[in-house]
Each structure stands twice: as C-alpha cells, then as structure tokens.
Design a binder for this molecule. Structure first.
Ligand code: IVH
Length: 683
C-alpha cells in the first residue's frame, strides 16, 4: 500500500504539477482502484494522506478558526502602474539599506501576482494537517477538507522535507477550468436546477469553492495552486533547512512537490524589474490564469530581515499592478447601432469605468443571441473587461443586483435609424445571427456607403464624387437620399471645405452626365445586397424594363441566370420597401434615364460557364469593355488565374498572370480571338 501511495503520488505530481503525464489515465486508474480495494480490505491501514482521501468528510456547519503560527502578511501595492513603480521600490529598498550610488545593485526575485486567494498549508511530519485562509492575517478559517481536493497540492511530502513546514501560496482557478465550470453551471440552470449560478470571474469562483462547506461540491470546482513563500518552518538549528535566498526557498518548495510558477525570475536592480513588468504585461493574455500584477521581493533573506516590516507589510516586497482588466459598472441603456452595411449591433451604454487603462462607456453585445446568452438588461450591474487592445466586452451580469422589472433585451424589428424593417437572414435554411436593416440607401447609417456605391465608376458614375465629399454632404445633411444628389446647387457646394467654384462646377457637370445611364448600371447602383454587377446585367437582360424587375416575384427572379434564392429574396425585400420604390421614382423624376429594352428572348450566350481573366493592354478594348462583352455573352471574368480559368485574354505588357497561365497550360488568346468567341467581328 505504501508503494501504491508513492507511485500514485509521483504520477499525480507529473500530471498536475509538471504538466507531463507519466502514464496513461487508465493505468493510473488501475493503481488507484487497487489501492482502494486494499484499503477496503484493511481499513486499519487507511491513512489520511492516502491519494484516495482527497474528497472525504462531511459537509460542515461552519469553518473552524485557525490561529496562524506566523502571521500572514499582505504586501504593499505600488499604485503607479507605470515603469516608475519598479523604480520607486528599488529606490526605497536602497535607501532603507543605506546603500549609496556606488554600492552594488540589489538582487530581487520577480514573480507573478496571482489573482486568487492566499492560503497557508501546514505539514507536520510530512503530512498535510491543515489548510487555512488568510482571514485577518492573525487567524483564518480551516478549509482543509476543500484544499485536499486540489490535486496539485501534495498530501504527503518527500522524506527530506522539514518536520514542520508551512507553505504559503495562492489558490486560483485556471481560465479554461473557469469557462468549463460556467458551462456546466449554465447547463444546470437550463435544466431548472435550483440554487445554481454562474460565476463572475475565476477569482470569485475560486473563493466560492474554497469557502464551500460541502467538500463534495468543492471537489467539482477545479482549483489550482502556486506556492510563493513560507510561514512556519523547523528552525535550522533544529534540523530544518538553512536558506540564504528567497529563490533557493522556492526551488526547495518545487523539489518538495509544490507548483512554483515558471515565470519566476531573479532580477537585478530597477531596470530588470521594469523589463519584467513590461514583458509579463505583454504576455499575460496568453497565461492560462489571471494575474493582476507582478511581485518583487528582495532575494537575500538576510537583507529581508534587515528591512523588516512597517505595520503589516514587509519593506522587502511590493506588488506592482497592471491596470485592472475587469471592472463593475451599470448598463444605462442598450442601443442598437447600424453599421455601414446595415448590420444592427446591440451596444451596452455603460456608466463610465476606468478599465484596462482607458475609460469605457460602450461595450458591444455583438448580436441578439449573444445579448440573450449573457442576459444583459438595462439597469444591470455587469463585469466589463478590456484586455490588451481587445474591444471592451460585457463578461457577465451580477444577477443578485438586478433591479426588479428589468426587461429581457429584444432586438427591434425595425431599423432604429430609418424605420425600415430589420430582418434576420436565412442562408441555406440557417438563420443568421445578425439582423440587418432593409432600408438600404434610404437609411442614413448606410447612406454614405450607398451614395459612394451609386456614384461608382461601374454604376451610374459620378466623376469626382469621392468619399471625403460624400462624408461632408451627408454629415451636413445636404444629402439624405440619392435623389438629393441631383438637387445640389452651386451655393450648397461652394460652402463645403476644399471646394472651389471650378470643382463645384465640374461636379455638377458630372452629375448631369450621370443622368444618362443604362439599366444594369442603375440596378447595380441601387446597392441591393447580393446584387453585383453581373446580376444587374442578367436582370436587365432578362426583364428589359425596371418596372418588370421591381414587380417580379421570387419565383420569377430565380428564373434569371445568375439569380439564386438568396438574391431573389434580397431583391424582393428591397423593392417591397416603400422608401426604396420612392427613391427610384424620384431619381427618374430628377431626370435619370436609360434605354429600356425588350425582355431578352434568350440572347445567345456562347460563353456560358466559361471563366476569363483579362490581363495587359488590349489593342482597342478597355478592360471594362472586354469584361462587359464577356459577361453579355454569358461568361464570367475573374481577377486571378487558376486551374479553373478557361481563357486568359492577354494584351501588351501582360505580366505575372500570363506567366501563370502558361505554367498551367491554359488557353491564352488575344483580343481578336475574344471578339470571335463572343460573336462580334474585329472591325
Ligand atoms: S507574497 C509577505 N507573492 O497578494 C508577503 N503574494 O497582499 C506575502 N499574492 O493576497 C505575500 N501572488 O495571496 C506574494 N507571488 C506572490 C503573490 C502574492 C499573489 C497575493 C497574496 C495576498 C496578496 C498580497
């Protein structure tokens, strides 16, 4: 049985402390079962330090009070989160030690400041006899039953450990363990289990587990431990170890089986402390657990003794924090913002809090599902997190602080900006997470984008109407919908920044010119979701007249080549909005015209299903003209050469695309051959 103890302990240490499993889980379980069987057979040989005895004991009514043999001190916190915090500490230590500028640098140990709970573990004769919380520093609570469930904490120490040993360290919960725990908690709540709740953060979850009166429940809360110091220990003259430095002491703890953080470093003088603070600050996101700072400790135990204490804090240690990444605040309202593409995003407006180094007043809730999953409501007290450069987010809600009558958040069914209906798209039978405003170019939020799109070279083309100008026109409320473009006058334009009379005149000319357009350009210019240039052309060809496109049912629309159910639905939604129909009417009233045609009785499509890439300068056609021709003949034009390309049309100075086409052995043709393919003649 002793041998099984030894083996099980060694394997558990490899697994939980070193993170290097030494045997498969099943083999461990076999040894464990064997020991359990022996213990059942010989109950008199069962000892409390047996690996089978981690979870045991009854639920308590309350925790017993424990007086600490050596008080559990706290450490002074350097309030300055900048590099000067480290400098200040080194300066203070040197002053206290009476060191002058010429004297040698002081050695420190730099450690992580774990965000958990301080714990004192007392071993007598190598056996864990007591685990106590810090309490007021003089006495704490006996939480031994719960702490025994932490697999990283040895129940028995190796032979060479001192007769009395008090290990001080931090009990914490890893972030992944925390997430998994909350996941389980959510499942329990969903099943209607009473009294279950989710936890706000790993620290709270750890604190709750440690103070859990029923050890069976504590055992289900996955805790971890890091050792960072000593309390009581057998004196050197009574056979105990004689350490000279703090670092040595940490190495001994490691050797006796306690987890000590890998990031622990010896650092000399202020510059190395500063470097450590910065390095850990940059990498803390990738640690598997939360820290809220780093701790610097004078390495020499003799110097520690010399420095001594002020009230309850040692002069030889300091905590150097990072700006907190999480704070509590309240939700003032939940606004719905409309993005450039019409996406509706719920955003929690928060009472301002300083978190992660900035003042945060907004946090995205991403979408309705996410807002519901977290169940964020107006008036709620929430945990806001801003880690690194990541945008602030609401981590969780404190349900206990919910004001009565707070209502579940629902996404508005109309766009808060323009009042058009907001819909959740369905793609292949799957409902998408995002709501979108169907207002399109009527919606102010989408207006700039819509106007730029309308004015695009391949849409109705308004030369000189760039984004700076559109921005000004929309912001000054001069343009609200597309038809307003054609109501612009010289006076309004001349008032804009960087707008000389000449450029204003040019713009008006360009607008005038744009009125004479084509049906595909116009349809493309409306900026209907999923309706690209090729689709607009196909629609124009198929229907001939705008009114027929606008009146077509989804079934009729899917009859058009290049139009699938998603596009058909999008077209229908767009033209079903009265605002959009009105915009079209007004544009026509302003004089925007095009030649309407007859519905194409299946125009010949000799290039149907063929993909082209056009590269280099063609002798007579512009790139756009060539593209139009290919598309009119049913072909597609792609931007890059691949195995799927059928023809590469190469002109003068064709470069890498031509080389690639040759490598792939594709058909390379010139303009004349293209014209033959589409059925036009070269002259
Ligand atoms: S040393 C005499 N080292 O921070 C020095 N404390 O007030 C005693 N903490 O709640 C503490 N990481 O639990 C020390 N590497 C570390 C620490 C650490 C976290 C906690 C400690 C206590 C607080 C100090």
């Amino acid at each position: 049985m002793a041998e099984l103890h030894r083996q099980l302990h060694a394997h558990a240490h490899s697994y939980y402390v070193l993170d290097e499993p030494s045997i498969p889980d099943a083999a461990y379980d076999r040894l464990f079962n064997e020991l359990q069987a022996l213990e059942a057979q010989y109950p008199e040989l069962l000892t409390p330090d047996s690996p089978t005895q981690r979870v045991g004991g009854k639920a308590l009514d309350q925790f017993a009070s424990v007086r600490h043999q050596v008080p559990m001190l706290s450490i002074r916190t350097e309030t300055d989160t900048e590099a000067t915090g480290a400098q200040n500490f080194d300066t203070r230590v040197r002053k206290e030690l009476g060191l002058n500028e010429g004297d040698p640098p002081v050695d420190y140990v730099a450690e992580l400041k774990f965000d958990g709970l301080a714990m004192s573990l007392r071993y007598e004769g190598g056996v864990l006899v007591q685990a106590a919380t810090r309490g007021d520093g003089e006495s704490g609570e006996d939480v031994t039953q719960n702490i025994r469930t932490i697999k990283q904490i040895p129940l028995r120490l190796p032979e060479d450990a001192p007769a009395v040993l008090e290990v001080r360290g931090e009990v914490y919960m890893r972030r992944d363990d925390f997430e998994a725990l909350n996941e389980r908690q959510r499942a329990k709540i969903a099943q209607g289990m009473k009294g279950e709740k989710t936890f706000v953060n790993p620290r709270n979850a750890a604190a709750g587990a440690v103070r859990q009166l029923d050890p069976a429940i504590a055992a289900q809360r996955p805790l971890s431990f890091f050792a960072y110091g000593l309390g009581d220990i057998t004196a050197a003259d009574a056979g105990g170890p004689a350490f000279e430095t703090h670092f040595e002491l940490l190495q001994a703890l490691k050797k006796w089986g306690f987890p000590v953080a890998d990031q622990t470093r010896i650092a000399q003088a202020a510059p190395e402390l500063i470097a450590y603070h910065q390095l850990i600050g940059q990498t803390r996101q990738s640690l598997p657990f939360d820290i809220d700072g780093v701790v610097y400790k004078v390495n020499s135990l003799a110097l520690q003794k010399q420095l001594g204490f002020v009230t309850r804090e040692p002069r030889w240690a300091v905590a150097h924090k990072y700006p907190a990444q999480e704070q509590l605040t309240t939700v003032l309202s939940i606004d719905v913002q409309v993005g450039r593409t019409g996406k509706l995003t719920p955003v929690a407006k928060l009472a301002p809090v300083f978190v992660g180094g900035v003042t945060v007043t907004n946090a995205t809730l991403h979408n309705e599902d996410e807002a519901r999953r977290k169940d964020v409501r107006v008036g709620d007290t929430v945990v806001v997190r801003r880690a690194g450069d990541v945008i602030p987010e609401v981590v969780s809600v404190l349900p206990d602080k919910r004001v009565p009558g707070a209502e579940i958040f629902t996404m508005p069914r109309v766009c808060p900006v323009c009042g058009s209906s907001a819909v959740r798209e369905e793609v292949n039978g799957e409902v998408m997470a995002d709501y979108r405003c169907t207002g399109g170019l009527f919606c102010a939020a989408q207006r700039k984008e819509a106007i730029l799109h309308f004015a695009h070279r391949r849409a109705v083309e308004v030369d000189g109407l760039g984004d700076k100008l559109v921005e000004q026109l929309v912001d000054a409320n001069i343009i609200r919908t597309l038809p307003d473009l054609y109501k612009l006058g010289l006076t309004a334009l001349a008032h804009l920044d960087r707008m000389a009379d000449k450029s204003a005149m040019n713009l008006l000319d360009a607008l005038e010119k744009s009125k004479q357009t084509t049906l595909p350009r116009f349809v493309f210019g409306l900026g209907i979701r999923h309706v690209g240039e090729a689709t607009a052309k196909a629609l124009a060809r198929h229907f001939g007249k705008l009114d027929d496109i606008m009146a077509a049912t989804e079934e009729q629309l899917v009859g058009v080549s290049d139009v699938g159910p998603i596009v058909a639905k999008s077209l229908r939604t767009f033209f079903d909005q009265a605002h959009n129909r009105e915009v079209v009417e007004q544009l026509r009233a302003c004089g925007v015209t095009w030649e309407e045609g007859e519905p194409a009785a299946a125009a010949p499509q000799p290039l149907l299903g063929k993909t082209f890439v056009i590269t280099g300068t063609l002798p007579t056609l512009s790139r756009d003209q060539a593209k139009d021709m290919v598309e009119a003949a049913g072909g597609k034009v792609a931007g890059s050469v691949s195995k799927k390309t059928d023809y590469v049309v190469a002109g003068a100075d064709a470069g890498s695309k031509l080389i690639k086409a040759q490598e792939l052995g594709l058909a390379v043709i010139d303009e004349a051959r293209l014209l033959t393919l589409v059925g036009a003649s070269a002259d």
